[in-house]
Write a protein that binds this ligand. Structure first.
Ligand code: GAR
Length: 215
């Protein structure tokens, strides 16, 4: 049966768009039940509305604590009974209760080859380190920030003339390939996180996840 997906955003929503496009193309056996943003007036909300998807804004500034915001967010999310919760540029640290509630059915995308460069300014840090390779990762979310088991990684090469901006663009392009892929596999019951770790078609993946070759 088609899976119910809820997407959380805080910004432009280009990853959301890539997932909308893959759903519309029939690649993903699921539908996006709702898009929730913690920030009003972000472009990602327009993208969702244009695609005819229900949107909600839950402004974290209107809550007096992280706990109360996350509890309210959970209530809104659960009203859609999602099979999968997708964090797509959702820039909030989540409480342990929230993370535990969606464990095994919540993805995040991060702009680095995790476990390298958790947190912010990942492109700049890869450049400063003199890395020859950079990329992005889709992972299951755990209580450790940017620390959950890795599902899919896509790499880009760093060229001598790359800047933070050029690198960001290259990585974004690959994000838009690996996020729909991970969602597609999850919705087809091919990609799971269980006692055996992360598996694809029943076989354990390496700790770095499935290595996607960008096109
Ligand atoms: C993406 O690059 C994503 O990897 C990053 O935010 C951007 C959102 O772009 N997420 C994180 O840094 C999470 N730690 P988008 O709104 O255009 O999809």
């Amino acid at each position: 049966m088609a899976k119910r997906i809820v997407v959380l955003i805080s910004g432009s929503g280009s990853n959301l768009q890539a997932i909308i496009d893959a759903v519309d193309a029939g690649r993903i056996d699921g539908r996006i039940s709702a898009v929730l943003s913690n920030r009003p007036d972000v472009f990602g909300l327009e993208r969702a509305e244009k695609a005819g998807i229900t949107t909600e804004v839950l402004d974290h500034k209107a809550f007096d604590s992280r706990d109360s915001f996350d509890a309210a967010l959970m209530e809104r999310i659960d009203s859609y009974q999602p099979d999968l919760l997708v964090l797509a540029g959702f820039m909030r640290i989540l409480t342990p209760e929230f993370v535990r509630h969606y464990q095994g059915r919540m993805f995040n995308i991060h702009p680095s080859l995790l476990p390298k460069y958790k947190g912010l300014h990942t492109h700049q840090r890869a450049l400063e380190a003199g890395d020859s390779e950079h990329g992005c990762t889709v992972h299951f979310v755990t209580e450790e920030l940017d620390g959950g088991p890795l599902a899919v990684q896509g790499t880009v090469s760093i060229e001598p003339d790359d800047t933070e901006e050029s690198l960001q663009q290259k990585v974004h392009k690959v994000e838009h390939q690996i996020y729909p892929l991970a969602v597609e596999w999850f919705c087809a019951d091919r990609l799971q996180w269980s006692e055996q770790g992360v598996t694809l078609d029943g076989s354990p993946l390496p700790a770095s996840g499935y290595r996607y070759q960008p096109n």
